[in-house]
Design a protein around this ligand. Structure first.
Ligand code: NAD
Ligand code: UDP
Length: 320
């Protein structure tokens, strides 16, 4: 009998790739999404498959699924800074109420649940690179606090369900991940820069561009999540690519990749924007035998090809 998995946030970037992965691995997949930041086009190719079902549902409301469930992946949440600044209350609710509902469902179905946490639990980190034992440096009342604290609460309630109810839980701390199906206007740096290059606009670097990020290609991320779900490990694990770059150098890389004549312009750094971010992936290597395989140049080439395939109309849709 096929294993049955519920994936929340299924119409989003990571959720849609997870749907593909689990269909490929022979699972029955239920995708759930309220489409607040997602797009059905990301999963429309799955609608014809008998192994795939879609529930249009907001997970902050009671979640019901008929029949057995073996696994739950909770990926529903706004994920880009401009999204969660625009819908802060929904962001807090999906991390808290939504997670509570899904933990309750997991308990009822005796299913294993993996929740999508984030490098943002480390806030603007004072430890570099960030390992899982670092408790973080988050401004609870700052504009990003709605996302960071929702995710920190999510981790706490997940561990409480594990300790108190004996639920099988997994926690992945995802570091910046990119690839096809990111939303061009979601404000994250990769779609922002590629979109600007394709529209012939200057690339907007926030601050002086000395802040760093480390970008993981989506196929590597999905492989790490898959391995974690099937492992025995209940504590958080970082999944990300440790190859770190400043945003200023990254803008130059994108100018080369796209062959644009545009230049870099500097804009105000958003409040609480972390100055550095790089995952320590020792735990993922030791416990999951996982490390990223796709170089930034290869991953960025594939991502650029995807964005080049969008229509003119999609390309010119303004950011919110
Ligand atoms: P995304 O915005 O593309 O996808 C999120 C999906 O969740 C969307 O389809 C949205 O409509 C859905 N959603 C939001 N609130 C919902 C609700 N209340 N009920 C049902 N569906 C809801 O974002 P993404 O990049 O795919 O991120 C997916 C998950 O991974 C998020 O939990 C995010 O916090 C986490 N994450 C992503 C990254 C990254 O780099 N992409 C990094 C860290 C963590
Ligand atoms: N950034 C930028 N220009 C943009 C969009 C983002 O310089 O047009 C910067 C942003 O300030 C941050 C980095 O790029 O320092 C990564 O931003 P993103 O929103 O992708 O992710 P996060 O801050 O959540 O890591």
């Amino acid at each position: 009998m096929k294993k049955r998995i519920l994936i929340t946030g299924a119409a989003g970037f990571l959720g849609s790739h997870l749907c593909d992965k689990f269909i490929q691995e022979g699972y029955e997949v239920i995708g759930m999404d309220n489409l607040i930041t997602g797009d059905l086009r990301n999963i429309e190719h799955l609608f014809k498959l008998p192994e795939f079902e879609f529930y249009h549902h907001d997970v902050t409301k009671f979640v019901h699924v008929a029949g057995k469930l073996d696994y739950i992946l909770h990926f529903a949440s706004p994920a880009s800074p401009i999204d969660y600044l625009k819908i802060p209350i929904q962001t807090l609710k999906v991390g808290s109420l939504g997670t509570h509902n899904l933990l309750g469902l997991a308990k009822e179905k005796n299913a294993r649940i993996l929740i999508a946490s984030t490098s943002e639990v480390y806030g603007d980190p004072l430890v570099h690179p960030q390992n899982e034992d670092y408790y973080g440096n988050v401004n609870t009342i700052g504009p990003r606090g709605v996302y960071d604290e929702a995710k920190r609460f999510q981790e706490s309630i997940t561990m409480a369900y594990h300790r108190y109810h004996g639920l099988e839980t997994r926690i992945v701390r995802i570091f910046n991940t990119y690839g096809p199906r990111m939303r061009l206007n979601d404000g994250r740096v990769i779609p922002a820069f590629i979109g600007q290059a394709l529209r012939g606009e200057d690339l907007t670097v926030f601050g002086d561009g000395s802040q760093t990020r480390s970008f993981c290609y989506v196929d590597d991320q999905i492989d790490g999540i898959y391995r974690l779900l099937l492992s025995d490990y209940v504590y958080p694990i970082n999944i990300g690519n440790p190859h770190e770059i400043t945003i200023r150098d990254f803008a130059e890389e994108i100018i080369k990749l796209t062959g644009t004549d545009q230049k870099v312009v500097y804009k105000t750094l958003p409040e609480d924007d972390p100055m550095q971010r790089q995952p320590d992936i020792t735990r993922a290597k030791d416990i999951l035998g996982w490390e990223p395989k796709v170089s930034r140049s290869e991953g960025m080439q594939k991502t650029y090809e995807y964005f080049k395939g969008l229509t003119e109309e999609e390309l010119h849709k303004s950011a919110h």
